[in-house]
Design a protein around this ligand. Structure first.
Ligand SMILES: N[C@@H](CCC(=O)N[C@@H](CS)C(=O)NCC(=O)O)C(=O)O
Length: 200
């Protein structure tokens, strides 16, 4: 089986993590943007976007949350009971919503508008999102976003949070989690698990 994505974390990182944590064999194919454009023009990708997964039976699919759920099922990182599986899905869609706000601020070409969008993210959207995640962690009560174990929701949230606090996006602050102690502790916990499993 092959996973096709760009050579950066983006929407690929949680899928790669899930497959690796579950010791699921896969080929981690990294595609350059020019190569993507050529292959997209040739109609190679089902939705003209990445990530894409190619299964051994020839099935080719490409929606990141669908692929992540499938990877989670193979890896044992989706909860078995329907209520918790719903909670995971709820979070995956929520993370896409906040990710879209971040993506807009990356794609925009006007510097002034970018600075304005980043200020809104830093002052409003990210603190709001972090507070919501803190509440989810408190409700779940076991140190993970859903249930009593790490799930694909933790992995997807981790990679978007890392993107907004790693200092690569101007106007967003590396200490943005400091006001959220439960989320900060979770962030350390998920990274510790990744390091322990040689993912970092
Ligand atoms: N809803 C899709 C969105 C996929 C998507 O927008 N992928 C981006 C990379 S994260 C892409 O392929 N961008 C290339 C482009 O639009 O030129 C999913 O979740 O997989």
């Amino acid at each position: 089986m092959r996973l096709l994505y760009f050579d950066f974390p983006g929407r690929g990182a949680a899928i790669r993590d899930a497959l690796r944590l579950g010791s699921v064999p896969f080929e981690d194919v990294r595609i350059s943007y020019p190569d993507f454009c050529t292959r997209r023009a040739a109609g190679e990708f089902p939705w003209d976007t990445l990530p894409v997964v190619e299964l051994p039976d020839g099935t080719v699919l490409g929606q990141s949350n669908a692929i992540l759920r499938w990877a989670g099922a193979l890896a044992g990182l989706t909860p078995p009971n329907p209520g918790d599986a719903l909670r995971v899905d709820d979070l995956l869609d929520n993370i896409e919503d906040y990710g879209a706000r971040v993506s807009v601020s990356i794609r925009v070409v006007d510097d002034e508008l970018r600075a304005q969008l980043r200020a809104e993210l830093a002052q409003r959207w990210l603190p709001e999102w972090f507070a919501l995640l803190e509440r989810r962690l408190a409700e779940a009560g076991h140190g993970w976003l859903v249930g009593a174990a790490l799930s694909i929701a933790d992995l997807k949230a981790l990679h978007l949070i890392d993107k907004v606090i790693n200092g690569s996006l101007s106007g967003l602050h590396t200490d943005a989690l400091a006001a959220f102690p439960t989320l900060s502790a979770w962030h350390v916990r998920v990274h510790a698990l990744r390091i322990h499993r040689n993912l970092a």
